[in-house]
Design a protein around this ligand. Structure first.
Ligand code: BG6
Length: 485
């Protein structure tokens, strides 16, 4: 049997897409609370869905009708977490990845003391997980920074945010360290370049002459420093804790074997792994520094920053994997969207309705590439397929063979990679329960083993229902991956 004993099977979700209750417990405004559902925008146009401006933010803040702000309501995990955890336990989850909303603990980010109600919520959540023998894997920042810091400082572009984030992390370790052993700092740390506002609170019209690209790299440097401080502090405050970095693994293939295509592909792959290079090796790759220099991007670093980054390296590498990408130097090569990227179409792969190309073998390739490069244990913390095919039958059942086939084919490749020697700690599906989509703010982009009765505009009872895949995943976990049929 390929999967090792103690393999951490489970699922992953994020506060901003699940919790809802955006005004409860003295929570402050988060960047996700102004994310707008745009029903008349092509779902493949991720850029239009993610467009943001100061004007749009202020308009959203004055809007008292929440209909078009689905992340404000999520799937009401805030009130229903006990029921949801019972369902995860029924599937046999060993681990659940959640995130902690910064704004529940520090409503604006600038407070000196944390909000007791926010702490109480997460403490109750962790206690319940402990009762059900589900280990938490916690992301400290998953697309939910305080909106106040975004508006006042243009998010992570300002160095002062480092200190505020570190204060938030210290509070998390102090209060939740007894429950949580596995931590991640920034979700998809590389995504700052693709959606600067969601990831780092950067508002393009506040970037001025410096430009958005410069602001992204400056903010990224601040996140690297903050992540390194948070990692070191985690090790000091929580004995036996393990910290990971989290990368969107966008493994890219050359469209042809033409050397120019191969070279362009190599560049893409190096760019993708630059983020984990910094967090695993503790230093910027020389070629990335050279590239930034050539592009005239001069990041400000404070004395000691590089030492901090060197001292705060991670224990394991986690990543999301939804698809592979293809690269070509041919400007006429057909393009297709993916996980907030636009790439060249791969004629050998099928895609979902959002254009994300499904490639289980690419997961094996990614696992082997990452393990070979970093020689650190790996953790797949997101993998899944968004679908709009789920139908509730008259008897209440939901047949989702497409989802089962997606997971089955990916698990087969994981098994092969493990068999080849890759050290894989665990797997958390995205998402075990239907929730709000990060990129398009849709409810109808469904990922879960559990169906949630809610539509894109928030209509529905929020009732939870087990899909066929629920029973299939339960069997996979019970047999530690031996029975994938
Ligand atoms: C990942 C994010 O990139 O993709 C998740 O970390 C997100 O937050 C997931 O939900 C799937 O993307 P989407 O846009 O389909 O929700």
């Amino acid at each position: 049997m390929a999967f090792p004993d103690g393999f951490l099977w489970g699922g992953a979700l994020a506060a901003n897409q699940a919790e809802g209750a955006w005004k409860e417990g003295k929570k402050g405004w988060s960047v996700c609370d102004v994310a707008t559902y745009k029903p008349h925008t092509d779902v493949k146009d991720y850029k239009a869905h993610n467009a943001i401006s100061s004007e749009a933010i202020h308009k959203a803040m004055q809007d008292t009708d929440d209909t078009y702000y689905p992340k404000r309501r999520g799937i009401d995990f805030y009130h229903r977490y006990k029921e949801d955890l019972e369902l995860f336990a029924e599937m046999g989850f060993k681990v659940l990845r959640i995130s902690i909303a910064w704004t529940r603990l520090y409503p604006t980010g600038e407070e000196k003391e944390p909000n007791a109600e926010g702490i109480a919520f997460y403490e109750n959540l962790f206690r319940e997980m402990e009762r059900l023998h589900i280990k938490p894997l916690v992301t400290l920042s998953h697309y939910e920074m305080p909106l106040h810091l975004s508006l006042k400082y243009n998010g992570w572009t300002d160095r002062c945010v480092v200190e505020m984030f570190v204060r938030f992390c210290r509070t998390c370790y102090e209060h939740f360290g007894k429950y949580v052993k596995y931590w991640l700092t920034f979700n998809e740390v590389d995504s700052i370049i693709r959606h600067p506002f969601t990831t780092a609170g950067i508002i393009p019209d506040l970037c001025g002459e410096k430009g958005v690209t410069f602001c992204c790299y400056q903010a990224l440097q601040h996140q690297f420093v903050a992540a390194a401080i948070a990692t070191k502090m985690c090790h000091e405050m929580i004995p036996g804790s393990q910290m990971g970095c989290m990368l969107t693994k966008l493994t890219t293939y050359p469209r042809t074997c033409m050397p120019e295509d191969v070279a362009a592909t190599q560049k893409k792959n190096l760019e993708n792994m630059f983020y984990s290079d910094v967090m695993v090796f503790g230093e910027y790759p020389r070629m990335i520094l050279r590239d930034l220099e050539k592009r005239g991007i001069r990041i400000a670093m404070e004395p000691g920053d590089l030492e901090i980054i060197k001292e705060g390296t991670v224990d394991f590498l986690s990543f999301s994997y939804y698809q592979s990408c293809t690269e070509s130097v041919d400007p006429d090569a057909e393009r297709t969207p993916g996980n907030t990227i636009l790439g060249v179409k791969n004629p050998y792969l099928e895609a979902n309705a959002w254009g994300w190309q499904i490639d289980p073998v690419g997961l094996r390739i990614s696992l082997i590439e990452l393990y070979d490069r970093y020689k650190k244990p790996l953790f797949i913390v997101e993998n899944g397929v968004g679908s709009n095919n789920d139908v509730v039958e008259e008897d209440g059942s939901i047949h989702d063979p497409y989802r089962i086939e997606y997971f089955r084919s990916h698990f087969v490749e994981m098994e092969k990679a493990i068999d080849e020697g890759v050290e894989l700690m665990g797997y958390t599906s995205w998402a075990p329960i239907d929730l709000i989509s990060a990129s398009t703010n849709q409810m109808s982009k469904r990922y879960g083993f559990i169906y949630v009765d809610q539509d894109d505009l928030g209509n529905g009872t929020l009732e939870r229902r087990r899909k066929d895949s629920f029973f299939w995943y339960k069997k996979v976990i019970a047999t530690n991956g031996a029975d994938l049929d």
